[in-house]
Structures are given as structure tokens and as C-alpha cells.
Write a protein that binds this ligand. Structure first.
Ligand SMILES: [Zn+2]
Length: 626
């Protein structure tokens, strides 16, 4: 059953802004959380957990500091999903504890279950003894065979959007910020990383006992954990790589521009406020490109291409240190405030570090994938601000939030001039630092600090249309890539049968030029032409994950059998949703493809992350849920 509660809650929200200028004003209602921060809220979480790879559980206590925002004796309501609650105690002073009653509500398919705790009026701390389910949606427990080293198991979390509740009983709304501390007990030969200060752990030996502290208030979706055979290599004074020992060197050399990216971002948008910036490179089943966990970005190994051609992913995750982690969407309906701003900031960093030509290639590729989503999506999912009541917040993660959001900011930049827009954005990050805001909060700030100051420039940007309407307004920025124009000019004579395949000079092509070339291939290219390309450029054996992806997509479309074994190997070894979902979707378009999809999926499924399993189950129509 879809959530009735969520629908009711949303109906009560006024559409006008509740400008939360004071960080202590009640947060807006969040349709994806049962929590009641409007009356009592969590301000700090202290975790003490045992990590058991045998049982695939985290087990121990979460001690929450709570603060009543309105006086009273009402319950504290937390989010939870498939947690086993053993005991709940409350304390006024943190020394004397009393058992308190709790009620675990019915489980909603999307939201999980509300955990309602009877807390006396003056209570300051609540201690929950619990364990997670082996199927926790926010955790992936990897067998040793699924790691690079093949010897040790690996655990990592992915809490965004609403999966923190599957491993911590907490107010799991991006509108609720909290600090956290943690102590983790792990097998002695493994190392633990969290999105928090890890410094003390780095100095000591591996001993299976690790402590962490996050001093800045963050929403629960940014609490992150990873445990495995993890080594560390510094890249600069404040940046470094966590990864399995066999991956750490290649990752450190691939991402060696990270410090430069930080310097660029700080110059544009103000100081980096999180201390260190490290990157944890995960095993290939990591479901996303990256996750902007504060202080420690979690990243897929599929961007280690050997030539830094895919490191805009790091620029993206780093950009979240401002857009997303510092200023956060208050609800998932406002996701574009995180992702659209981040795409914009990412491109600015990429332009400074790798040049305008490279940035333009990325922008054109971005628009192409946005167009793909616009062709597929219903109108209601094409506005920047979305209505998501009763729906899975995952539905908000389309290229609309990312690329359309980024284009909107680019449009403002073009209308007001780069200098003025840079000053505006820097002021915005300072003004809302460490707060969670709604789309309307942003629009009010935009009006007062940019639009009203120059009505002539403001008239060029249809703000309401960008934010609340489907599609992309006329007059939107149109990135142009000269490099891609040249790629097309090289491809055409061969496609027209006027030149041999060897006339295409690909020697200096970057990953992006290859991507564009393969995307440029017409429908129905045919197996003979596919074979020509393969013979000339060895595309079936390419290791680069993005080039391989485009080639495999073409191979499915054209029924190019020689790439079939590579397709299977790709889908079985990589678990990054963006790189695998479109391949399954393409397979599902023919009867033969459907058969092949289920054969491959049978082998691949045990290695996929639970959230990716849910996605691919639904693509293949085999899922129980969603
Ligand atoms: Zn992002």
C-alpha cells in the first residue's frame, strides 16, 4: 500500500514560502518522513555499534540528544525501516536512565515504519538498543569475491534518499540536521571509515575499534559508514584516498587534481568548511557514481579511466560540499537545490581546471541525457520543484534536477553576468550555510538579492517557468562543442559510404569524443558497420566504463553478437545503476533480448546493491516491490 499518511501531510503544506531564516524555526513538513521535528527534534546522534559480517548486522545503541521545540509531553517520532528494536530508555541528565514505552507502526513500502517513543517532558536523551536487518536497504554487505582483494568482506552504506532509517533509528528528513559521534567495533583486521573525523583512526593500528566525530550539523542522509580492507594514501595536506590496497595507487593518481579543484571552488564560493576532503573508492557494486558524504566522498571505481577523463565526478561530489551539504534541500521535492546547483558548480570547477573546451563537451553530453529524460518523463516530473507525496523520493533523481537545474543557473549567469552571479551565489552559500531550505526559500532570496536589483536582466529569465513548468524554456543556454562538431564531420563521410572507416582519425580523442561519436551513430547502423568499427578501434574490448557503455548499448540495438560476452561481463561486474539500467532497458525491447536479460540478471543480481536490485527487478518485471 502506498502511504496514506504522506498524502495527508502534503495536503497541509502551504505552497508559499516558510522562509526558515532562523535555523531554529520549525522545518517544513516532509512527505517522506514520519518524524515530528516541529515539536521535538534530534540534535545529536551517538552510535555504538558492532559490525557483524557473519550476521550481516549492525548491533548496539543509538543515543539521541533531543530538544523540544514546543513545550509538552508528546511522543518523539523517528523513522525506521526493518530495524529490530530491543529496548528504549530515556534520561534527563545522561546518567540515570528509565525504560520508556514505544510503538512501532505498520511498515509502509516506501517510508518504512514510524517509531513512536513516549518521552517524559524534560527528557534530553533517548537510548535505543537495536539491530539492523541483513536486508537493510541502506547497507550492502559484500562477499570477499566481490572486492578487488577477494580476501575480506566489505560493508558500505548509501543513506540517500531515505535509507539512513534502515540502519539508524533517526529523524530521517533532510530538514533535520544533527551532529554525530560513533564508535564501531569491527573484525580486527578491517578498517572503518565514516563521514566524520577519522584522524585518530589513521594514526593508530588496525584494532577493530574506531571512533568518529562529525562536528557540523548534517541531515541523516549524509551519515555514512564503510568497513573493509581499506588503506589510505594522502594526496595533499587535506586530501587523500581510502581504497582497497590494490586500488589506492591508481585512484590517487587518477584523482590527483582534487586539491586544485578545492582551491578553485573556494575562490569562487568561499572556504571549504569540513576540514579534510578524502575520497573512498568502493568496490564496483557501488550503485552510484559518487555520494557526497561529508569529508569522505564515496566513489565508484568505474571513473578510474587511467587518463583523468572521468574526474568531473570528483568535481561534482566536491561541489556538494557547498550545494547540498552546506545548503541542503529541505525535502526531496526540492532536490534540484542540491543537484542542479551542484551540476553548475561542477562545470565551473571543470572549466577552471580542464579548460572551456572540456567543459563544453561535458555540458553538451549533459543536455543529451537531459533530452533523453524529457522524452521519457511525464510533464509532472519535468519541473524543478516536484510533487512527490505518496511516491518514492528516488523518482526525483532524474536529469531534470541535475541538468535542467544547472541550465537554469547558467541562464541566470548569462543574464546577470558572471561576476554578479558569482557574488550572488557566494552570498547564497554564506547566508544559508548549515541550513535546509525549500525552493520557495531560494526563490525569495533570489528575488531580493538578484532579480529585484536589475529588472532588465531579470526579464530575460522566466524563473517561474524554469521552476514550476515542464520542459526547458525557449532562450535556455545552448552549449556548443567545437570538438563534437569535428567528430561529426569525421563520422559523416564514412556513414555516407564515401570514406573508409580508417579515415576517421581518433588518435587524440578523449572519452567524451568517443561518447559523442557512438551516440551520433544512426538507428539501424547494422552489424556490418558495427564490425567495421570494432575491427578498426577494438571497441568491444575497451576498458573505459563510459565508452564501453555506449558501445554495448549500440551492440544491443544492432544485435551485434560479438559484443555479447563483453555485455555479460560488464553487467555482472559493474553495479553502478546509471551504467546498467539503460542496457537492461534496451535488452527488454525484443523477445530475444528479454531472454538474454534474465539470463544475465540471474548471474548479476546477487552482486547488485539492494537499491539497484529494486530498480532492475522493476525493469525486468520480476520484482515483488515497486
Ligand atoms: Zn550530486
Amino acid at each position: 500500500m502506498k502511504s496514506i499518511l504522506a498524502t495527508l501531510v502534503l495536503a497541509l503544506i502551504p505552497l508559499t514560502a516558510q522562509a526558515s531564516m532562523d535555523p531554529r524555526t520549525p522545518p517544513p513538513r516532509d512527505a517522506h518522513s514520519y518524524a515530528n521535528p516541529q515539536s521535538i527534534r534530534v540534535t545529536h546522534v551517538d552510535l555504538d555499534l558492532v559490525v557483524s559480517f557473519e550476521k550481516k548486522t549492525l548491533e548496539g545503541t543509538a543515543m539521541l540528544d533531543v530538544e523540544r521545540t514546543v513545550p509538552g509531553t508528546g511522543p518523539l517520532i523517528l523513522d525506521s525501516r526493518a530495524l529490530r528494536i530491543a529496548r528504549i530508555e530515556a534520561s534527563v541528565n545522561g546518567r540515570a536512565w528509565v525504560d520508556v514505552k514505544h510503538t512501532l507502526g505498520g511498515n509502509d513500502e516506501i517510508l518504512g515504519a514510524p517509531l513512536s517513543i513516549d518521552v517524559p517532558a524534560k527528557v534530553k536523551k533517548v537510548r535505543i538498543t537495536y539491530s539492523t536487518s541483513p536486508e537493510a536497504s541502506g547497507l550492502q554487505w559484500l562477499e570477499p569475491s566481490m572486492t578487488a582483494g577477494k580476501k575480506s568482506p566489505f560493508l558500505f552504506s548509501q543513506s540517500q534518499a531515505i535509507h539512513a532509517r534502515s540502519w539508524i533509528p533517526v529523524q530521517d528528513s533532510p530538514s533535520v540536521r544533527m551532529t554525530y559521534t560513533a564508535r564501531l567495533r569491527t573484525p580486527k583486521d578491517l578498517f572503518a571509515v565514516m563521514s566524520a573525523e577519522n584522524d585518530a583512526n589513521l594514526k593508530g593500528q588496525r584494532d577493530g575499534d574506531y571512533t568518529f566525530r562529525m562536528r557540523q550539523p548534517i541531515p541523516a542522509y549524509l551519515i555514512a559508514i564503510a568497513v573493509g580492507d581499506i588503506a589510505f594514501k594522502p594526496m595533499s595536506k587535506r586530501t587523500g584516498i581510502f581504497a582497497e590496497p590494490s586500488v589506492v595507487e591508481s585512484a590517487a593518481s587518477e584523482f590527483s587534481d582534487t586539491e586544485r579543484m578545492m582551491v578553485v571552488a573556494e575562490k569562487l564560493y568561499g572556504p571549504y568548511r569540513w576540514g579534510r576532503y578524502d575520497i573512498l573508492v568502493l568496490p564496483p557494486s557501488f550503485p552510484f557514481g559518487g555520494m557526497e558524504n561529508p569529508r569522505v566522498t564515496f566513489a565508484t571505481p568505474t571513473v578510474i579511466a587511467g587518463d583523468k577523463s572521468l574526474v568531473s565526478l570528483i568535481a561534482h561530489e566536491l561541489a556538494h560540499s557547498w550545494s547540498g551539504n552546506l545548503v541542503t534541500n529541505a525535502t526531496w521535492s526540492d532536490l534540484w537545490l542540491n543537484e542542479g546547483f551542484t551540476v553548475y558548480v561542477e562545470r565551473r570547477i571543470v572549466e577552471e581546471v580542464y579548460g572551456r573546451d572540456f567543459e563544453q563537451m561535458e555540458a553538451v553530453l549533459g543536455i543529451q541525457i537531459l533530452q533523453g529524460d524529457l522524452d521519457r518523463l511525464e510533464d509532472r516530473d519535468e519541473s524543478l520543484r516536484l510533487e512527490l507525496a505518496g511516491r518514492d523520493p528516488e523518482d526525483s533523481f532524474s536529469q531534470v534536477a541535475y541538468e535542467k537545474g544547472g541550465m537554469f543557473l547558467r541562464h541566470l549567469e548569462e543574464a546577470f553576468g558572471r561576476d554578479r552571479f558569482d557574488r550572488f551565489l557566494r552570498g547564497y552559500f554564506d547566508h544559508f550555510a548549515f541550513r535546509s531550505i525549500t525552493t520557495n526559500d531560494f526563490l525569495a532570496y533570489l528575488k531580493a538579492n538578484l532579480l529585484d536589483k536589475d529588472p532588465a536582466a531579470a526579464a530575460k529569465v522566466p524563473v517561474e517557468e524554469w521552476v514550476f513548468k515542464a520542459g526547458v524554456p525557449a532562450g535556455a543556454p545552448k552549449p556548443q562543442s567545437d570538438a563534437f562538431v569535428k567528430v561529426e564531420a569525421q563520422a559523416r563521410p564514412w556513414l555516407d559510404g564515401k570514406a573508409p572507416v580508417t579515415s576517421i582519425d581518433t588518435k587524440a580523442w578523449t572519452t567524451q569524443e568517443w561518447q559523442h561519436f557512438l551516440k551520433f551513430m544512426p538507428e539501424g547502423l547494422g552489424t556490418a558497420r558495427m564490425a567495421e568499427l570494432d575491427a578498426a578501434f577494438g571497441l568491444t574490448n575497451r576498458g573505459n566504463s563510459e565508452v564501453a557503455f555506449e558501445w554495448l548499448l549500440l551492440s544491443i540495438r544492432n544485435g551485434y553478437a560479438p559484443a555479447d560476452a563483453r555485455l555479460e561481463q560488464y553487467l555482472v561486474t559493474i553495479g553502478r545503476r546509471k551504467l546498467i539500467r539503460p542496457l537492461y532497458e534496451e535488452l527488454m525491447k525484443t523477445e530475444a533480448g528479454k531472454k538474454r536479460a534474465s539470463e544475465i540478471y540471474a548471474k548479476a543480481r546477487p552482486g547488485y546493491h539492494p537499491q539497484v536490485v529494486a530498480t532492475i527487478d522493476s525493469v525486468l518485471g520480476t520484482g515483488q516491490n515497486r
